[in-house]
Design a protein around this ligand. Structure first.
Ligand SMILES: Nc1nc2c(c(=O)[nH]1)N[C@H]1C(S)=C(S)[C@@H](COP(=O)(O)OP(=O)(O)OC[C@H]3O[C@@H](n4cnc5c(=O)[nH]c(N)nc54)[C@H](O)[C@@H]3O)O[C@H]1N2
Ligand SMILES: Nc1nc2c(c(=O)[nH]1)N[C@H]1C(S)=C(S)[C@@H](COP(=O)(O)OP(=O)(O)OC[C@H]3O[C@@H](n4cnc5c(=O)[nH]c(N)nc54)[C@H](O)[C@@H]3O)O[C@H]1N2
Ligand SMILES: [Mo]
Length: 782
């Protein structure tokens, strides 16, 4: 990493600072005792709207979000919309996220004229984004070390020149962040494949790749089988490894409803997060006014980090033992008719001792049995999970074990039951459906080729963890990113930053300035696009885009504000412009696609299974649901049955003296976008450079609350990385486990450490040692 990058661990004489606003001054942490959402959220929204000077528009946005017949899809997360009746299905973080895009601040050419890129690189990530919305296409000028305005045609021509000069199409790579619409996604993968490469790394490679692969192997589809109605009908919800109150806040509505109905709600998380306590559902006006909260949990289980597989196996073991007294504890009829591999799994579970399950999960046997009983008694159960499960070395095996447990009681293919990955970005699932896949199947490619008259490459392409070394080696020369903040989201900036700088051209299609614009290739473009809240005036009138939520519902989304700048272009038009300039002899009607999304959808209807009659079906009031064979008990696996997996228990216990560190989001952050240095539900004020630790682990290291610590991570290849001057905070979590914030702690995530099961970086499984800091800074700030 070069000196101009401001990285906190490299300021060795003072405590580390985070990537947020860093207002300075006192910081603190006290446990939060208020219900999730409710008035705390309402007050926070008010503050955000005032800050962005968006009180009036912001209020309008709230009413147009997630509405039946018009309005736009909330860019906040992939949780499905409950759009029946009069409910206003919104949340604090969705509003913050939408208004963040609508800010009146602008990063104009005059702004770029006033700052060199070397200077901008010293700004915090918060300050970069706070410059406001990007307004015109900009090109990096090495002579002045500044970004200067260019026309769209000049920008496209530059992309065309670089791409045509590559010789081998595999020297280009195309990154997507999961917010891209289905239409833009389809055009992007078409561009890549017509060019001749499957180099399509995406944020999903760091997010839910493990879920897709494990479920594909187990039930023949990479998607969950549940929808919101299942959530409303189930009598047991098991929610694993998610901080729902912050990251999927509309789930609180379902949890509160489930509680009132008398359903069991189990949270499995090393931390007892806010959603595992009580909530006041924000649109529940009466309860807001009267401060009535509803419980959102009936049982909290705190495994050690990566203890989930052992815990799931414990449920299975309990069921096998319970059969003696309750023959229906296991659904033999379902197993007989629909599954394969049961006997091997049963032997595996029976051979695993309770002592080992207890040691590996970090949960006492009696507690595991209690969980097993809750599950046994449930008529229908859903198991949902997010990053706490997926960003692990053995995530694939763990998700297979989740499915095993569901299969044991026939909890799939019926109402109120099933596996339910909780996706992150609002259209990350749609991106995969519409072709963002570096390992596409033959059937998919054949159909695409037929519909589009191209010959797609068959060789697999590069994913996130492989594209970075390819850039470092000079094998990938052109890196085009559709949204996101690759530099900051990816692991190991000390390796990733120079890799990006080694490209001949980096292109970032973005709404706001971020780290990925100041860590750039020799040539670099920033191409400003419309946000989802903005009107898209296409050739044939106002255009709508489509997205697919976490539960396979596809629906239209229309922006409702005028674009922040007249120079902005919509993503499909930007992709079409770059593609047309860089493909020789293309027969694809790029300029038609650029302004008329019905034409893109016509082609998608031919190219993608399940999208038949796309234009008509997506105009139905609630859109349409993509068919999900596993939901109908059709398992597209090798045996035509749901597959039990059978794997040995991995070792999740850290070596003596070491801890397993997970990196996560605060409440006031959206991935790499950090709104403030607070983390309301964990009671943190004004501090991001912290590590939550078990009190005994702190004592063992001679640490008191707020003491400065140095944290060293140990990679599989023996290399080490460190941060210095963080703060230790005692927190209710199991011994041996620790948690801190991404993206600051990405410096500890080694580039080579990814799961062989999913190729996901181990962002929730960093092996670390924590020692009192070498910095002897006074603790006077506290
Ligand atoms: N407001 C807001 N919303 C968001 C995002 C955002 O940044 N801000 N990001 C979006 C994206 S892209 C995603 S993928 C999702 C992420 O949503 P989350 O998965 O909630 O993301 P994290 O903050 O990383 O939190 C992971 C949770 O996993 C727990 N955990 C850590 N290790 C383990 C473990 O070994 N086992 C178990 N059972 N739990 C563990 C942590 O305690 C934490 O509660 O949210 C999406 N929605
Ligand atoms: N250590 C660690 N690292 C992680 C994670 C972790 O838990 N721990 N989580 C991982 C996960 S789950 C994910 S999904 C990735 C996220 O990785 P990314 O998706 O790459 O990152 P984001 O922060 O979501 O991207 C934010 C940027 O997107 C741009 N943007 C916003 N809206 C739009 C739009 O409408 N169009 C376009 N073109 N651009 C837009 C803005 O410029 C903004 O700065 O990070 C991963 N990194
Ligand atoms: Mo994600």
């Amino acid at each position: 990493m070069s000196d101009e990058d401001r990285r906190p661990e490299e300021t060795p004489t003072t405590p580390a600072v985070g990537f947020g606003p860093n207002a300075g001054g006192a910081f603190s942490q006290e446990d939060y005792h208020h219900p999730a959402a409710g008035w705390g959220a309402a007050i926070s929204v008010g503050k955000v709207l005032v800050k962005q000077r968006e009180v009036l528009d912001g209020a309008r946005v709230v009413f147009d979000m997630n509405h039946e017949n018009g309005g736009y899809d909330c860019p906040g997360c992939a949780w499905p919309d409950d759009r029946h009746g009069l409910t206003m299905d919104i949340c604090e973080n969705g509003i913050k996220h939408a208004t963040w895009e609508m800010t009146k601040k602008k990063a104009t050419p005059e702004f770029f004229a006033a700052h060199t890129v070397s200077e901008l690189a010293t700004w915090t990530d918060f300050a970069l984004e706070d410059a406001g919305r990007l307004t015109e296409p900009m090109r990096y000028d090495a002579a002045s070390d500044k970004y200067v305005a260019v026309t769209w045609d000049e920008a496209f021509a530059l992309v065309g020149k670089h791409v045509r000069g590559l010789g081998d199409p595999n020297r280009a790579a195309f990154y997507t962040s999961g917010r891209l619409s289905n239409e833009a996604t389809f055009l992007l993968q078409l561009w890549a494949r017509e060019l001749g490469t499957n180099n399509l790394p995406d944020c999903s490679n760091m997010c839910h790749e493990a879920s897709g692969r494990a479920m594909q192997a187990a039930i023949g589809t990479g998607k969950g089988t549940c929808d919101l109605v299942d959530w409303q009908k189930t009598d047991c919800l098991i929610v694993m490894g998610v901080n729902a109150a912050s990251n999927a806040p509309r789930m609180l509505t379902s949890l509160a409803e489930a509680y009132r109905r008398g359903a069991s709600i189990v949270h499995i998380n090393p931390l007892v997060e806010a959603a595992a306590r009580r909530t006041i559902v924000p649109h529940d006006i009466l309860r807001m006014a009267t401060f009535q909260s509803t419980k959102t949990s009936t049982l909290n289980i705190q495994p050690r980090i990566a203890g989930d597989l052992a815990l799931m196996r414990g449920i299975a073991k309990h069921l096998f033992e319970a059969v003696a007294a309750d023959p229906k504890a296991i659904d033999h009829c379902f197993i007989e008719n629909h599954t394969s591999g049961f006997e091997a799994y049963r032997s595996r579970v029976e051979a695993t001792s309770w002592a080992e399950l207890e040691r590996q999960s970090g949960v006492p046997t009696a507690r595991i049995r209690e969980l097993g009983e809750v599950y046994r008694k449930a008529r229908a159960a859903i198991i949902g999970w997010c990053l706490g499960v997926t960003q692990q070395e053995h995530a694939g095996d763990t998700i297979r074990e989740i499915v095993n447990v569901l299969l044991l009681r026939g909890n799939i293919g019926r109402e109120g039951a099933g596996p339910c990955p909780i996706r992150g970005h609002s259209n990350v699932q749609g991106n995969r459906t519409c072709g963002i896949d570096h390992r596409p199947g033959e059937a998919w490619l054949a159909r695409l080729d037929q519909a589009c008259g191209i010959t797609s490459p068959r060789a697999h392409g590069l994913d996130t963890v492989r594209v970075i070394p390819a850039m470092a080696r000079g094998d990938v020369k052109v890196f085009v990113a559709l949204g996101g903040n690759f530099a900051l989201a990816a692991p190991d900036p000390a390796y990733t930053f120079p890799a990006l700088r080694n490209c001949d051209l980096t292109v970032q299609v973005s709404t706001k300035l971020n780290r990925s614009h100041v860590v750039h290739g020799r040539d670099a473009l920033i191409l400003p696009c419309l946000g989802r809240t903005e009107k898209d005036h296409g050739a044939t009138g106002l255009q709508g885009i489509t997205v697919e939520d976490s539960m396979s519902m596809v629906h239209l989304s229309f922006g409702m504000k005028e674009p922040r700048s007249p120079h902005l272009r919509p993503e499909p038009a930007i992709i079409a412009g770059m593609a047309a300039a860089s493909l020789t002899g293309t027969k694809t009607p790029w300029s038609v696609y650029a302004g008329d999304y019905d034409r893109i959808r016509d082609t998608m209807a031919e190219a993608i299974e399940g999208f038949e009659d796309f234009n008509r079906r997506v105009r139905q009031p609630l859109g349409f649901r993509l068919k999900q064979p596993a939901r109908e008990l059709v398992f597209l696996t090798k045996t035509g049955r749901a597959e039990f997996s059978d794997v040995p228990l991995p070792d999740a216990v850290p070596a003596p003296g070491r801890l397993i560190l997970g990196t996560m989001r605060s409440h006031d952050q959206w991935n790499t976008t950090i709104y403030s240095d607070d983390d309301r539900y964990r009671g943190v004020k004004n501090l991001r450079t912290l590590v939550f630790m078990n009190a005994d682990d702190m004592r063992e290291r001679g640490l008191a609350k707020y003491d400065l610590i140095d944290v060293t991570s140990f990679a599989k290849d023996g290399s080490t990385r460190a941060v210095r001057g963080y703060r230790a905070l005692p927190y209710d979590l199991p011994r041996g486990s620790a948690m801190g914030y991404m993206p600051e702690l990405n410096v500890l995530c080694p580039i080579g450490d990814y799961s062989p099961q999913s190729d996901q970086p181990l962002m929730k499984h960093v092996v670390v040692e924590v020692v009192p800091s070498r910095l002897a800074a006074p603790r006077s700030e506290v």
